[in-house]
Design a protein around this ligand. Structure first.
Ligand code: PBG
Length: 326
């Protein structure tokens, strides 16, 4: 008896493997997260995220040029303001750092680049929480929604193409949709961070965005890592509230969730390959323990295989360049 040769016949050459590949990774499927910091005179590297910088507005434009040259068509902007307060006033100030960055990018790149804005308060509040904190230290859901509405309007007015609420307040998508519609921004889509878990993998991001909570943590609003079925509830609510696209975050340790969400909704699905997921691979690569580029590509491909249409990743530009040359 000879074995069935089907498993290996289609693996014999690079060309035949590429003919039958079930999924692939293209630069257009990668979204580059970018940080812009007020008051900087030159870009500052983020120690825990090799290759990632806190940008000035002008270096931010340069980073977008590089991304476009590598075939990337979208970025998501995070801001670090000079002053923070209890309500995150700079998040919706017309001259706030994010609004200035969005309008600079929009006037420089027009509609050639999809400019997304992360809509949240944690980078702008002095306590580092994603919403308005009550005297008892809890985050007040509905008071926060009003702030998100103002922030979304300010970001849309400044030139954002996509509003991406990441705070995990109940009803945030409906609130923001209503605010955008009432302010003449009915054409601006919402990318909902729909299933966002309370993850230790956000550590390096909090250095980059300078937004670690000064007390407590985010477990009362972000999802518990034990929850699988609950992701479907979160996603269904967001789609019902008007989300145009949904996201699962983190990505790699939540591929079951990516696959579940892919099977249950038809809107475009993003996966956020978060800071800690990127940093781990970079750190091991720097020690020579593994080939960081290949591991990064394998991780990104796994997110596509699980069902993500697009991936937010700090590796976007390097990975896209490898796709062009490879
Ligand atoms: C909240 C926000 C966070 C990230 C994206 N948006 C931080 C948090 O929830 O604590 C994390 C992204 C990453 O780790 O790469 N504005």
């Amino acid at each position: 008896m000879f074995p069935d040769r089907r498993p290996r016949r289609l693996r014999s050459t690079r060309a035949i493997r590429s003919l039958v590949a079930e999924v692939e990774l293209r630069p257009r499927q990668l979204v580059l997260p970018l940080f812009v910091k007020e008051g900087l005179s030159s870009p500052e590297p983020v120690a825990s995220l090799p290759g990632v910088f806190q940008h000035t507005i002008s270096s931010l434009e340069g980073a977008c040029e590089d991304a476009l040259a590598a075939g990337i068509v979208s970025v998501i902007v995070f801001g670090v303001p000079e002053t923070k307060d209890a309500v995150g006033s700079q998040a919706d100030a017309p001259d706030g750092i994010v609004q200035r960055a969005l309008s600079a990018l929009r006037s420089r790149f027009g509609d050639d680049l999809v400019i997304m804005a992360d809509t949240c308060l944690d980078e702008f509040t002095d306590h580092g929480h994603c919403g308005i904190v009550t005297q008892s230290g809890a985050v007040d859901n509905d008071a926060t929604l009003e702030r998100y509405q103002a922030v979304a309007i300010a970001q849309a007015a400044a030139g954002a193409h996509v509003i991406a609420p990441s705070g995990m307040m109940d009803g945030q998508v409906a609130a923001i949709r209503a605010a955008l519609d009432d302010s003449g921004h009915e054409g601006i889509p919402i990318l909902a961070y729909a299933a966002k878990y309370a993850s230790a993998l956000y550590g390096p991001f909090r250095d980059a965005a300078e937004c670690a909570p000064s007390f407590g943590d985010r477990t009362a609003y972000q999802m518990d890592p034990s929850m699988r079925r609950e992701a479907a509830i979160e996603v269904d609510l967001d789609v019902a509230e008007g989300a145009d696209m949904v996201m699962v975050k983190p990505a790699l340790s939540y591929l079951d969730i990516v696959a579940d969400v892919r099977a249950s909704v038809d809107v475009p699905l993003g996966a956020y390959h978060v800071s800690g997921e990127y940093a781990m691979v970079q750190a091991a690569g720097a020690r020579g323990w593994l080939d960081a580029d290949r591991v990064m590509d394998e991780h990104l491909l796994s997110m596509r295989r699980a069902g993500a249409d697009f991936i937010l990743t700090y590796a976007a530009v390097d990975a896209a360049r490898r796709m062009i040359t490879g």
